[in-house]
Design a protein around this ligand. Structure first.
Ligand code: PAF
Length: 303
């Protein structure tokens, strides 16, 4: 772990620019970890990945609960805001700058609605990949994510930006945006961190009651069971995962799918050794959780 030091807190664009001016002048690499706060070990691991890439260059963490990526009826108001505790974690990880802007600072012309074109405000429209899975359940979500990440990239101008693989579709879309819009940022996907019992770390886990947390374990168990039977083909793997979920209580499934590693459709004939992804989303009580794992597929002619 990097020695503890106080990160400098910037809440305006001007402060952020001043804090990064030296690094830019000295041509030091800038590493960036965008977050919505409520930080945990999963985020800390992203900060370590960023540090590894930039050496003595600054690591910047943004903490901003982005209203544009929440639909009506979602948890924008109750999303945990824990800035003091977040700063301690950033300090422990040797983060140099924490950028925690207000909504007005990020959206001076007003927050565009996630579901329609705003008046005279530029947004990043998401490609078709944003319409499946999470996008199907949360219309407009990725438009909000891409817009805020594009703005943050513009403000921080990082060399590398690190995102968790837990939000696998988000990672794919951000990678795509950075490439398609020639943003000059290397987007790195870091492995999902899990509690010892397998639950993928998430800021939303703190909503779970002890009983719900127990129920939530069936998500990662289902993924692991599928992963272990992937060699028998996607259908077998999905059946194994569904069998696990049938034994679970209080889990309301949104989707359970196996896709190609790039989230595309699997071909009808899957070659043995094909790398795919199994993804799950479910509501446990009132908390929506997502998780995913890589899966190596065999081909017994059942795909
Ligand atoms: O993954 C998140 O925490 C958010 O979607 C992100 C990337 C910080 C954009 O608000």
């Amino acid at each position: 772990m990097a020695p503890h030091h106080e990160p400098v807190l910037a809440s305006t664009r001007t402060e952020l620019a001043a804090l990064l001016a030296d690094a830019r002048r000295d041509d030091r690499q800038i590493g960036f970890v965008p977050t919505m706060g409520a930080l945990h070990e999963g985020h800390a691991s992203l900060m370590r990945v960023a540090r590894k890439h930039v050496g003595d260059g600054p690591v910047v963490v943004s903490i901003f609960v982005n209203p544009m990526q929440f639909g009506s009826g979602e948890d924008l108001d109750r999303y945990p805001r824990t800035l003091d505790a977040d700063l301690v974690i950033c300090g422990e990880e040797g983060v140099d700058v924490v950028f925690a802007p207000s909504v007005e600072e990020m959206y001076p012309h007003g927050v565009p609605a996630s579901d329609r074109e705003p008046d005279g405000v530029t947004v990043v429209p998401a490609p078709a990949l944003a319409d499946i899975l999470e996008g199907e359940v949360r219309p407009g979500h990725f438009r909000g994510v891409l817009t805020v990440v594009a703005k943050l990239f513009g403000l921080v101008r990082p060399d590398v930006a690190v995102f968790g693989q837990k939000d696998y579709q988000q990672l794919a879309l951000i990678r795509r945006m950075a490439e398609d819009l020639c943003m000059g940022v290397e987007v790195i996907g870091a492995e999902t961190r899990r509690d010892p019992d397998g639950l993928a770390m998430s800021s939303r886990n703190r909503y779970l009651s002890p009983e719900e947390r127990e129920h939530a374990l069936s998500l990662s168990r289902a993924l692991r069971r599928a992963q272990a039977t992937g060699f028998e083909g996607a259908d077998h793997a999905l059946a194994a995962a569904r069998a696990e979920l049938r034994e679970a209580h209080g889990v309301d499934l949104d989707y359970l799918v196996i896709t190609a590693a790039d989230l595309g459709r699997l071909p009808d004939e899957v070659l043995p050794g094909t790398e795919g992804r199994i993804l799950i989303a479910a509501r446990v009580g009132s908390t929506r959780l997502i998780d995913n794992l890589p899966i190596t597929l065999g081909n017994k002619g059942d795909n």
